[in-house]
Design a protein around this ligand. Structure first.
Ligand SMILES: CC(C)(COP(=O)(O)OP(=O)(O)OC[C@H]1O[C@@H](n2cnc3c(N)ncnc32)[C@H](O)[C@@H]1OP(=O)(O)O)[C@@H](O)C(=O)NCCC(=O)NCCS
Length: 159
């Protein structure tokens, strides 16, 4: 099997509503309670024709990595990307990002947008390596505790 460092696009599955429970389990392992997508949220997103993305499963059909995208007119938005804590640092997120960039370009889309918390250096590096550029900032967009807020950095990649 090709390693995630050198991902073959065939390693990734397209999103499918039957995977919603596995996607929710992965999200739960990756995000704080108020950021986790429920099974229903994944199901609803996958059923929307505008939503698409990739997932990587292990042999037991547990999700190791996921990325969900939404197309709006001739652009798209990266809504969420996550890799299970036990599978990080192996290039899986970089591989998924390369795959969704490839699919967006192949579909004729003009740009990909995303938001990332300023206190998430791993994700910022992932996106910068993927060719995304900082395009703006939403002050205090993410709440970390009762009185602690963190800015969102808006990033864009032109295709
Ligand atoms: C961010 C996340 C998706 C990265 O997944 P990953 O599979 O470990 O990332 P990769 O192995 O593909 O690494 C991609 C790049 O990001 C860098 N990176 C990843 N995690 C990092 C960290 N914690 N600190 C610094 N750099 C990091 C890697 O070094 C690599 O850059 P390099 O090639 O220059 O070394 C993963 O840590 C995660 O799921 N985090 C929780 C959810 C999250 O924050 N999602 C993003 C929300 S915007």
């Amino acid at each position: 099997m090709p390693s995630p460092q050198n991902p073959s696009f065939a390693d990734f599955s397209e999103l499918d509503a039957s995977s919603a429970p596995a996607l929710h389990q992965l999200h739960r392992a990756c995000f704080s309670q108020d950021e986790v997508w429920t099974e229903g949220a994944f199901q609803a997103a996958i059923e929307e024709p505008s939503h698409w993305g990739v997932v990587q499963f292990d042999q037991q059909k547990s999700a190791l990595g996921l990325s969900v995208m939404r197309t709006i007119a001739d652009e798209c938005e990266l809504l969420t990307i996550a890799v299970h804590p036990e599978n990080r640092g192996e290039g899986l997120a970089a591989g998924m990002l390369a795959q969704v960039i490839h699919e967006a370009a192949a579909a004729g889309l003009m740009a990909i947008h995303l938001e990332v918390a300023e206190d998430n250096p791993g994700a910022l590096r992932l996106y910068e390596n993927g060719g995304f550029q900082k395009a703006g900032r939403r002050p205090g967009y993410y709440r970390r505790s009762k009185d602690q807020f963190v800015d969102a950095i808006l990033m864009t990649k032109t295709l």
